[in-house]
Design a protein around this ligand. Structure first.
Ligand code: SF4
Length: 89
């Protein structure tokens, strides 16, 4: 009896895995794994200058040379915004 349960469990697991693998291309096609949209500069109180020692250039989200992972538009390393994040240690 327990052998039957194990066999069914293994079959189900294999089926679930194959199903998940088959769904991956479809999820990619609809953009399920796409990055979330960026927010506007106005919505994060973007400043054309630093906030104390916080600048885009030392923010975790800055993407050199001139963009941000979360905020739209060209971003200078000398600017700052309300969602600044410290660099990872
Ligand atoms: S301070 Fe704001 S705009 Fe600048 S890189 Fe960080 S999150 Fe982006």
């Amino acid at each position: 009896m327990s052998d039957t349960k194990t066999a069914r469990s293994t079959t189900f697991s294999r089926r679930a895995l194959l199903s998940a693998c088959g769904a991956a291309p479809a999820l990619l096609a609809i953009g399920a794994f796409a990055a979330p949209p960026k927010v506007s500069q106005a919505s994060v109180a973007f400043l054309d200058g630093p906030r104390g020692d916080k600048t885009c250039g030392n923010c975790r989200l800055f993407q050199a040379p001139s963009s941000c992972l979360d905020v739209q538009g060209p971003i200078s390393e000398h600017c700052s915004c309300r969602i600044w994040l410290p660099p990872l240690a």
